[in-house]
Ligand binder design. Structure first.
Ligand SMILES: [Mg+2]
Length: 456
């Protein structure tokens, strides 16, 4: 890690193109020797966000870096069959992260290839395609993500801290400090990795935490987001606990969101910033925001990807007083009751996504929807400065979010914008896998159904 940090310090905050160029030429075998890396994890996320990897000894990394690590794609959550040829995960050397808690292992994010071609449904591939489209305009999207998670018991049944029972536990210092050892081990790791973490807190639900690090280029943020989830789970396990990013693990408590702060840059200038614009946002910023509003129902299939996601959005009030999640497709100023909040000049916060979202698809979806807004001059209309939780019913013709995963997936399938933006084949594969998941879910008989229907 020292070597990587020195490299970053020497080059400063390099643009991703330059960083990738430097990374591509990075000789991983040489890096292994210089940094004492014995094994590499060549890693990718499948469509459902599960992290898959091969553990490769440093002696074999030269060949793997050239040819990729082989996988049977159908055995993971990808739309493939046993008749398909080998799937190759091609590591991106620029993504190298030496595990802070096990420095003899180097983690590498990978893009997916098959038959000498990029795999269209590969989540990191989807994001890179989107970023290329923005780069053709000379633009670079930068984002920061706010990852919320619960620390629960190893068996997954309850929050891990029996004393964490306050009815309004947000920012609870006593409960935060009872988890000091876990939270600071994660934060120390981010400091060592040069991510510039700047705050950690106890969130709005009992057992829930959030940790924040600096925003950056969307691909860097997506790699870090993917790694953060792995790191948080791994460090929690070291402490005999379990970390979960499940959107709504406890029905009466606030769920885990993944708010994203978005801005667009060109040659060091923030294109969303305009002192003369309403709330300091430029015309381009409002067009981009308009694209997110226009496509939100279809986008929900990506930002809120599972059955459980719809227990977080559209949810009744939690015991803490508010759900912290949107229930309608609206935007506002510095007000946490809408889907998009403009907290400050030059950026906005997209509050729809939850902890289950695939880090690469989240960024790709935001960019595809936003670029549609720009290309088609989507007008977001007037912002709403009301408490949406209390006065939402007074807004006429307010677009609502999908009420369940099936509605969201159907909206995605009929969205020409996202099919064109993210790729027809990606949408087809993703929707097919999600329909299979929904069908599996409907095979389960719930206790609620029995209680309400036995005597019908
Ligand atoms: Mg939060």
């Amino acid at each position: 890690m020292q070597a990587l940090m020195k490299w970053l310090t020497r080059s400063g905050r390099v643009e991703v193109g330059r960083q990738q160029e430097m990374g591509k030429s990075m000789d991983l075998a040489h890096e292994a020797k210089a940094r004492g890396i014995k094994y590499f994890l060549i890693s990718y996320l499948d469509l459902f966000g599960h992290m898959r990897a091969k553990l490769v000894p440093a002696a074999a990394i030269g060949k793997m870096a050239k040819e990729g690590a082989g996988f049977a794609g159908f055995a993971t959550w990808l739309d493939m069959t046993p008749a398909d040829p080998d799937l190759f995960a091609m590591p991106d050397p620029a993504s190298l992260i030496q595990l802070p808690w096990k420095p003899e292992v180097g983690w590498l994010a990978a893009d997916l290839w098959m038959d000498g071609k990029e795999v269209e449904q590969g989540p990191r591939n989807v994001l890179r395609r989107q970023m290329k489209k923005a780069a053709e305009r000379g633009w670079e999207m930068k984002t920061g993500v706010e990852c919320e998670f619960f620390l629960i018991s190893a068996d997954g049944k309850a929050i891990s801290d029996g004393a964490d029972q306050a009815p309004k536990p947000c920012y609870d210092q006593q409960a935060l400090m009872r988890r000091y050892d876990v939270i600071t081990e994660i934060c120390d790791s981010m400091l060592a990795l040069g991510w510039n973490p700047y705050q950690n807190d106890h969130e709005d639900a009992n057992g829930q935490f959030e940790m924040n690090w600096d925003y950056d280029n969307a691909l860097i943020t997506a790699d870090r987001h993917a790694f953060f989830k792995y790191m948080t789970r791994a460090i929690a396990e070291k402490h005999g606990l379990r970390a979960t990013f499940m959107p709504k693990p406890f029905i009466e408590l606030t769920g885990s969101g993944c708010h994203a702060h978005v801005s667009m840059w060109q040659n060091g200038t923030n294109l969303f910033s305009d002192d003369a614009g309403e709330l300091g946002i430029s015309k381009l910023g409002y067009q981009f925001l308009g694209g997110l509003l226009h496509n939100a129902d279809a986008l929900a299939a990506i930002t809120n990807p599972c059955v459980n996601s719809y227990k977080r959005i559209n949810a009744p009030r939690t015991t803490s007083g508010a759900t912290w999640s949107p229930n309608s497709i609206t935007y506002t100023g510095n007000n946490r009751t809408h889907m998009i909040r403009i907290p400050d000049a030059g950026r906005f916060e997209f509050r729809l996504a939850d902890g289950a979202t695939n880090p690469y698809l989240l960024q790709a979806g935001i960019l595809a929807a936003g670029l549609d807004g720009v290309e088609n001059n989507r007008d977001p209309g007037q912002r709403l400065d009301i408490d949406m939780y209390v006065e939402g019913h007074t807004v006429k013709d307010c677009k609502k979010l999908p009420l369940n995963m099936l509605d969201a997936v159907r909206a995605l399938e009929s969205s020409q914008v996202l099919k064109t933006g993210l790729g027809e084949n990606f949408v087809k594969s993703y929707a097919k896998m999600k329909h299979a998941e929904w069908n599996d879910f409907t095979k389960h008989l719930t206790e609620w159904e029995r209680r309400n229907t036995l005597d019908c």
